[in-house]
Design a protein around this ligand. Structure first.
Ligand SMILES: NC(=O)c1ccc[n+]([C@@H]2O[C@H](COP(=O)([O-])OP(=O)(O)OC[C@H]3O[C@@H](n4cnc5c(N)ncnc54)[C@H](OP(=O)(O)O)[C@@H]3O)[C@@H](O)[C@H]2O)c1
Length: 292
């Protein structure tokens, strides 16, 4: 990269300007000074892709950004270095990420569903094109865990990982525990507060957590655990009575994503395939345990 291309602002396109996309757009403007001081470079949002250009939006577009409904506008713009995919869904997102990589752009995505179900081809394409495909925000972005597994822990043998991987389910279970409300009422509250989607299926049936678990397994063990092979159970149908009984015995019910080396797979020598046990399920967690 020439000196001039390093010092000109990094050109960014936001594909998606919903909850996450508009939040990122706002932060890139509000925190421009901090970003410049830490990275030595300005970031300029040059284009924003949406489905409906006429929709009223609460967050203004970053100054200088054009609003478009045409993915080709982003992909063909030589002033765009990085495409940030925040649309969600599978097909359209896969299309624009592939096209961006093909056109020599780096890509950042928060789309765990796409990466879990169909990520390998995209990672291969990125490698072939020598472009970066990053996805920290797709799994536990606030912790953050992706870079830690990829870099800091790269030399460690990981035996197991477990965590609460879905905020919506966790909110519902916490409300049911603290207020004694039934599942339906807790879900309604979560939707009113904006924690749960209008269609909360992916969250409450465990699939969102399962998508994240597939990505974590790939990072921790370098294997592609087929999404369809994962045992997945969500919290739909959990009753306030279940939570009360668990509480009386000193337990909380949590939706847990867990993966571990199977007893006979631990320390598999040489090229022997790793045997992993993995799943997402509601579990009894003792109240003294951190995850409670
Ligand atoms: N929400 C969260 O807390 C959260 C946390 C971590 C990761 N994520 C991930 O982040 C991604 C975005 O989530 P979100 O909650 O921000 O979604 P969202 O609020 O529904 O926003 C989606 C945005 O993408 C645009 N869009 C969708 N399909 C499109 C298409 N085919 N062509 C052009 N534009 C399209 C929409 O345009 P319009 O505005 O015109 O409808 C909207 O601006 C998802 O992959 C999600 O899993 C979300």
């Amino acid at each position: 990269m020439s000196k001039s291309s390093e010092t000109r602002p990094l050109g960014v396109a936001l594909a998606g300007f919903g909850t996450v996309g508009s939040g990122l757009g706002r932060l890139l403007v509000e925190n421009a000074d901090i970003i410049r001081r830490r990275t030595g470079r300005d970031v300029a949002v040059r284009a924003v892709l949406v489905r409906d250009a006429h929709k009223a939006r609460e967050v203004p577009l970053p100054p200088g950004a054009v609003l478009t409904t045409d993915p080709a506008r982003l992909v063909n713009d030589p002033g765009i270095d990085v495409l940030v995919e925040l649309m969600g869904g599978i097909d359209a997102a896969r299309g624009i990420i592939s096209a961006a990589l093909e056109h020599g752009k780096h890509v950042v995505t928060a789309n765990k569903a796409l990466l879990a179900e169909d990520g390998l081809a995209l990672f291969r394409l990125a490698r072939r094109k020598r472009r970066i495909l990053r996805y920290e925000a797709s799994v536990a972005g606030a912790i953050p865990v992706v870079q830690a597994l990829k870099e800091s822990l790269v030399g460690n043998r990981i035996e197991s990982l477990m965590g609460i991987l879905n905020g919506t389910s966790n909110y519902i279970l916490s409300e049911m525990t603290s207020s004694g409300v039934e599942f339906g009422e807790a879900l309604r509250q979560a939707q009113e507060l904006g924690f749960a989607e209008a269609d909360p299926t992916l969250d409450i049936d465990g699939h969102d957590a399962a998508h994240k678990l597939v990505l974590l397994i790939r990072l921790a063990w370098g294997v592609d655990y087929p999404y369809a092979a994962l045992a997945v159970r969500g919290i739909r149908g959990m009753a306030a009575l279940d939570i009360r009984f668990a509480r009386e015995f000193g337990y909380r019910i949590k939706l847990i994503g867990q993966a571990r080396l199977a007893a006979d797979g631990a320390g598999a020598p040489g090229d022997a395939p790793l045997r992993l046990e993995a799943g997402v399920f509601p579990a009894l967690v003792h109240h003294t345990f951190l995850l409670a």
